[in-house]
Write a protein that binds this ligand. Structure first.
Ligand SMILES: CC(C)(COP(=O)(O)OP(=O)(O)OC[C@H]1O[C@@H](n2cnc3c(N)ncnc32)[C@H](O)[C@@H]1OP(=O)(O)O)[C@@H](O)C(=O)NCCC(=O)NCCS
Length: 123
């Protein structure tokens, strides 16, 4: 668990004793129910995907490992595990938008929220 805490990109900001105490049981349960998937290179976590039902809720690739297909492999894995999938990203996030589109996701304006754009895919 400590390696998850320190190695998942962006999680450093949650590295407080209170957060670890409160979130560790939740994270363990989410890992057991196969919500979290990682891409590991030489022991380093360089990509993370969270799948909540059909939703790709958290897709992130570590700096230095972007532009090498890690993001595409995470989305491809979500598609492998599901018959349909959807996800959303901030309107300004052109990298994530392009990634969804390249992986065959289409815009799903019905699911848009505020400045979040939704995309969906069906096998
Ligand atoms: C969005 C994000 C997940 C994309 O991940 P990524 O690993 O860089 O994505 P990919 O490498 O699969 O694709 C990105 C680009 O690299 C290119 N690429 C893929 N494989 C490649 C390779 N082997 N060699 C060179 N380039 C490659 C792709 O063609 C793509 O280029 P394009 O967008 O100009 O067409 C990443 O930028 C990220 O973590 N962003 C911050 C977090 C974030 O915003 N997440 C989304 C929250 S909703």
């Amino acid at each position: 668990m400590s390696s998850v805490k320190t190695k998942i990109p962006l999680c450093e900001q949650f590295d407080t004793p209170e957060y670890v105490r409160d979130y560790t049981p939740v994270l363990k349960s989410e890992c057991r129910s196969r919500e979290w998937w990682i891409v590991e290179v030489g022991g380093l976590i360089c990509g993370v995907l969270r799948l909540v039902g059909n939703e790709t809720r958290y897709v992130i690739v570590r700096d230095g490992y972007r532009g090498q297909g890690v993001g595409a492999s995470l989305i491809a894995y979500a598609k492998f595990r599901r018959r349909t999938s959807w996800g959303k990203t901030k309107k300004g996030n052109s990298e994530m938008r392009r990634l969804f589109e390249k992986e065959g996701f289409r815009r799903a304006p019905d699911r848009d929220e505020d400045d979040w754009m939704a995309f969906e895919w069906e096998r």
